[in-house]
Design a protein around this ligand. Structure first.
Ligand code: GTR
Length: 420
């Protein structure tokens, strides 16, 4: 009898039916997209229409609070000390056309310290210039062909091509990401570029939020709406902005924040909570970024929460297989940029990120721009491949797959020219 019971228990454990999310294959068919209706960005939770910009500013606060509570988690206010240490400086970069420097930002709070390294490039025009700011995936040395930029010592994802193993980076990755960060082209167009390694801001693994910038707030009692890693990366971008406000080469009122993929999600959240970012760019950010969650196309809320439990607030799990219950959807995240320009880019083969859902999000955010008398997304039908559309919301679907490519940068530079 005992053995029989044991077998029964084991049987339930090993042969128990998988949860619905494990069974479901990602949907890549338009016909498989459920019927859905999107929450209205211009309607207060209690009802009542947003008719004026003043109403929107109230509604905006309500939306930020909803995204904090249900999606990204609430980041703490920064009440520590920021100290910038110059690591190296080369005023004769690119045959004297530009400067490049390395700066270590030390964040100190209540006896604790976290630091991350910035790599800055800017044209030697003698005038302050606009700039792009973005987190990178594999360390600042991947944006440099020479040894002046040290290899990051922080935790890193293992990747053979980038030469990282045992969660440590190596010289193998040096310069490998220059094509994704074409600083020469950016500089020749009159812009600066600031990049930093995201793993120095918050290592990308589930450690119970003890390391990275979370470690600066040990007194924080975590709850279902506490900040996850995406919010941590976004918070780090705001600290870089604090620093840039004191830099003489840059026009701090013309800083565009940009990110690819998970870092595109972080760039959007940074732009939503910190209005100092004058322009916001999402490159292939997909689920939890620019794509509409309710479409359940490609990556879904359930998939992303199970694969990356540390990215979002714990509350976001309530919406696994339950997107219709979300009080927000991602078009409202784009709307939080208004009236500032925002650009969303997809890759046509990057179906996991739902290119069409990213485009529809731009369309559904546009009424908020209209409230400001601005044109958001100029078209309502998804433009053909490699034909960008630029209103105050920009969009393109590029040929090819998931990646931050020179083609994407050309559009971002044009979009910045248009608006700066
Ligand atoms: C994927 C994840 C996406 C995207 C991507 C990336 O594994 O499912 O949401 O963020 O990683 O960051 O490259």
């Amino acid at each position: 009898m005992k053995n029989f019971l044991l077998l029964l228990v084991l049987g339930t454990l090993s042969f128990g039916s998988p949860s619905p999310a494990q069974q479901v294959e990602p949907n890549y068919e338009e016909s498989g997209v459920p019927d859905y209706s999107l929450p209205d960005p211009l309607r207060f939770e209690a009802g009542g229409q947003v008719n004026h910009v003043e109403d929107w500013l109230e509604r905006r606060k309500e939306l930020v609070t909803l995204f904090e509570k249900h999606v990204y988690g609430k980041s703490p206010d920064w009440d520590g000390e920021l100290h910038a240490e110059t690591l190296f400086e080369n005023p004769n970069f690119l045959a004297g056309k530009a400067s490049r420097k390395g700066v270590r930002l030390h964040l100190k709070r209540n006896g604790r310290e976290v630091f991350f390294d910035l790599l800055l490039f800017y044209p030697n025009t003698g005038q302050p210039v606009p700039a792009f700011l973005g987190l990178n995936f594999y360390g600042n040395h991947t944006l440099a062909g020479d040894a002046q930029v040290p290899v990051t010592e922080a935790w890193i994802r293992n990747n053979e091509a980038m030469g990282s193993s045992g969660n440590r980076a190596s010289e193998v990755g040096r310069g490998k990401r220059i094509p994704n960060w074409p600083y020469e082209a950016i500089i020749s167009r009159g812009y600066g570029l600031v990049s930093l390694y995201y793993g120095e801001v918050d290592p990308d693994f589930d450690d119970g939020f003890r390391n990275g910038v979370h470690a600066l707030y040990p007194e924080e009692r975590r709850n279902e709406a506490s900040w996850g890693s995406i919010a941590g990366w976004a918070w780090g971008l705001s600290r870089v902005m604090d620093f840039l406000e004191s830099e003489s080469w840059v026009q701090p009122e013309k800083v565009a924040v940009l990110g690819h993929s998970r870092l595109g999600k972080a760039a959007l959240w940074a732009g939503a909570v910190d209005t100092r970012f004058a322009l916001v760019i999402s490159n292939n950010s997909g689920c939890g970024g620019a794509a509409l969650s309710r479409r359940k196309y490609g990556e879904t809320v359930a998939r992303i929460n199970r694969s990356f439990p540390h990215w979002f607030a714990a509350n976001f799990n309530q919406y696994n297989e339950n997107e219709a219950a979300l009080p927000i959807d991602q078009h409202q995240l784009l709307a939080l940029m208004a009236p500032r320009p925002v650009y969303v880019a997809s890759g046509v083969e990057d179906r996991w990120a739902d290119p069409r859902g990213e485009f529809l999000s731009c369309v559904a955010a546009s009424p908020v721009y209209a409230l400001f008398g601005l044109q958001g997304m100029p078209v309502t039908a998804q433009p053909p491949v490699d034909e960008p559309e630029m209103g105050h919301i920009g969009y393109h679907v590029r040929s090819g797959g998931h990646g931050l490519l020179p083609y994407d940068w050309e559009q971002y530079l044009d979009f910045a020219d248009l608006h700066f």
